[in-house]
Structures are given as structure tokens and as C-alpha cells.
Design a protein around this ligand. Structure first.
Ligand SMILES: Cc1cc2nc3c(=O)[nH]c(=O)nc-3n(C[C@H](O)[C@H](O)[C@H](O)COP(=O)(O)O)c2cc1C
Length: 342
């Protein structure tokens, strides 16, 4: 790859939405894709066990509009990983990402996730086995250390060895995973963030694509990171406040900002709910739960959210719920307009 091809390749990871179990499912990604066309979207982690023993369609089905979309795998057995990577490619995913950052007990018992950072040789074997099977990029998402290991050498050695197996893209959640004593949620909040280690990785491995993740919320923060690394991955902020992504295509890809208004996006989601109900029997509330952050910070948002999450409305068709949500939103906005002009 020459320098120009290399920078085109890296651009693919400039902005991404993180893999989030139970959150970044296909419905959530459909919403995010209505807001931004270029941002890379990640599935929730799917374990190799779930894919080989369960129903692949349930885990892998996605909408054509979701591209570019990456499948995140959880597992450690190279042969199983290779089989699942192949499945992912066959289903049309654009990337296979290996989870080396999840600290949950369940994942540790399965000996994958963050504890794999202790076994760079095994990760390298997994990456190699997957690359032998698929043509799409095989990437790794990891932490900067585990437990009390704070040294840069630990993560540099991990990245060095895994890159020798052919992994060219590393997504660095810039905090340690503490494998004992913290819940997964605490592990996203308590170990301190050290972006400087991710920046150092980019300096020491300039040929690799390095994206940084963890605690990033504002355009100013994203811009600062992009001075040092190739990409930014955003998790919770994108989920709680998806409209922040409305100008990402313009800001980070030289395209145009989202052409749809929030009202149009909400209506497009109602169309999608109706389609999903017919095609797959999905209830509207399994989809609507992902858009509760859409009106973040707006007048009327609270009552609008209450309608879309009201259990009593579950039997109603999506479009009727939409009409009720719209009515309370407009009412609150009108009230605000009246008091402003009074
Ligand atoms: C609800 C939830 C589920 C998550 N599930 C996964 C997962 O399946 N795989 C993974 O690599 N990280 C997972 N993460 C971690 C995120 O990908 C990300 O690394 C973390 O939230 C830090 O980024 P943020 O501060 O932008 O949210 C999850 C995070 C949340 C909030």
C-alpha cells in the first residue's frame, strides 16, 4: 500500500460507533445510519459459541443501508474464530473485529475479551487464522493494560505481536481493564483514561491504523484526538445523544451534514418499525428504545421519551404511538413559544 492508499484505508476508521452489547443491535445501527452515512458502525459482540451453536441469522442479519458495518467477535479459539469470520464475510460484513477489551466475568470464564491481552501469541494465531479465511480487514479492539500493569511496553508488545500476524487496525480503549473487583460498567468509568498511550502507539507504529476510544463526547475532544491518531470511536455519547452525529459526514469526511431533520428521522424509524413488524415480527418498542436520546436537550424531550417508552402503549401500532409522542412534543414546544413571546 502506498501512502495515499494507506490514508484512504485509515479514513475508514476516522469516526465509528462502538460495539455495545444489547445496544448496538441492527435497529440501533439503522437509526445511526440515517444520521451519518460514513461513520463505521460495530455490532454488539457475538461470541463464536453463539454463532456456531445458535442461529446465525438471529445474530448476523442486518440492513443493506448499514454499510460500512463491522462484526465484533468474542472468542479465542483460532479455528472457531476463522469459521465465524468466514460466516461474517459471507453475510456481507465489511470488517471482523476481535474483542480483546471486555472484562466481564462471563467473558473471562470463556477466556476471551480483555484477558486475551495476556496472550498476544494466541491473539496473533486467531488473527492469522481469520485472515487466512477472509479478505475483509481483521481488526482488534483492546485496552491499554490489565489489572495494575501500567507500562507502555505491555500494550506496545501486544500491538507489535498482533500486527505481525497481519492486523493493521487497532482500536484502543484507552484505559486498563481491572479483571478483579470491578463490574463491566465500573470498568468503563474507574480505570483512568490515558490517551497518551494510544498516541504513542501511533508514533511507534505509524504504518498501523490506530483509533482511540473511551470518554470522548464533544467535537473539540474528537478533533484533538485526530491530531494524534487516525480515528475516534464513540460509544455511550453516540447512544445517549445520537444527533451529535448529524454533522460528522461533513466534519470528518468532506461530505454533507445529515439531510434529514429529526422529525424526518423519527418518521423514517416508524416506517422501519412497520417493515420490521411485518418481515420479522419485531415489536416497535424493541426498536424505539434506541431512539430515546434523539431529542436530547430539546424542550418537550422528557414527555416525548415517556410516550415512546410507555409500556401501556405496547399493544398500539407504532404510528399511533408516534402521533401521541408528536402531540406532546408540539404541545411543550408551543407552550415554550407562548411563554417566550408573553
Ligand atoms: C452497554 C455497553 C455495552 C458494551 N458492550 C461492548 C461489547 O460488546 N464489545 C466491546 O468491545 N465493548 C463493549 N462496550 C464498551 C464500548 O465499546 C466502549 O469501549 C466503552 O463504552 C468506552 O467508550 P465510550 O466512553 O465512548 O462509551 C460496551 C459499552 C456499553 C456502554
Amino acid at each position: 500500500m502506498n501512502l495515499e492508499q494507506k490514508s484512504d484505508f485509515s479514513r475508514g476508521w476516522r469516526m465509528s460507533v462502538a460495539p455495545m452489547l444489547d445496544w448496538s443491535d441492527k435497529h440501533c445501527r439503522y437509526l445511526h445510519r440515517l444520521i451519518t452515512k460514513h461513520t463505521r458502525l460495530y455490532t454488539e459482540m457475538v461470541t463464536t459459541g453463539a454463532l456456531t451453536h445458535g442461529d446465525p441469522r438471529r445474530h448476523l442479519r442486518f440492513d443493506e443501508t448499514e454499510h460500512p458495518v463491522a462484526l465484533q467477535l468474542g472468542g479465542s479459539d483460532p479455528a472457531e474464530l476463522a469459521k465465524c469470520a468466514q460466516l461474517g464475510q459471507d453475510w456481507g460484513y465489511d470488517e471482523i473485529n476481535l474483542n480483546c477489551g471486555c472484562p466481564s466475568d462471563r467473558v473471562q470464564r470463556g477466556a476471551f475479551g480483555a484477558c486475551l491481552m495476556n496472550e498476544p501469541g494466541l491473539v496473533a494465531d486467531g488473527v492469522k487464522a481469520m485472515r487466512d479465511k477472509v479478505d475483509i480487514p481483521v481488526t482488534v479492539k483492546h485496552r491499554i493494560g490489565i489489572d495494575k500493569i501500567e507500562s507502555y511496553d505491555f500494550v506496545a508488545d501486544f500491538v507489535g505481536r498482533v500486527s505481525e500476524a497481519g492486523c493493521e487496525v487497532f482500536i484502543v480503549h484507552a484505559r486498563n481493564a481491572w479483571l478483579q473487583g470491578l463490574s463491566p460498567k465500573e470498568n468503563r468509568e474507574i480505570p483512568p483514561l490515558r490517551y497518551d498511550l494510544a498516541w504513542q502507539l501511533k508514533r511507534d507504529f505509524p504504518q498501523l491504523t490506530i483509533a482511540v476510544n473511551g470518554g470522548l463526547k464533544t467535537p473539540e475532544q474528537f478533533d484533538e484526538q485526530l491530531q494524534h491518531v487516525d480515528g475516534v470511536m464513540v460509544g455511550r455519547e453516540a447512544y445517549y445523544n445520537p444527533w451529535i452525529m448529524q454533522d460528522w459526514d461533513q466534519r470528518y469526511y468532506g461530505g454533507s451534514a445529515c439531510a434529514l431533520s429529526q422529525d424526518e428521522i423519527e418518521l423514517a424509524m416508524v416506517d422501519y418499525m412497520e417493515r420490521e413488524a411485518v418481515e420479522d415480527g419485531t415489536p416497535w418498542y424493541a426498536i424505539a428504545r434506541h431512539m430515546l436520546g434523539m431529542r436530547h436537550g430539546q424542550r418537550g424531550a422528557r414527555r416525548w421519551r415517556q410516550v415512546w417508552s410507555n409500556h401501556k402503549l405496547k399493544p398500539l401500532p407504532a404510528r399511533e404511538v408516534w402521533a401521541q409522542a408528536r402531540a406532546v412534543l408540539l404541545e411543550d414546544q408551543l407552550k415554550a413559544g407562548d411563554s417566550a413571546s408573553a
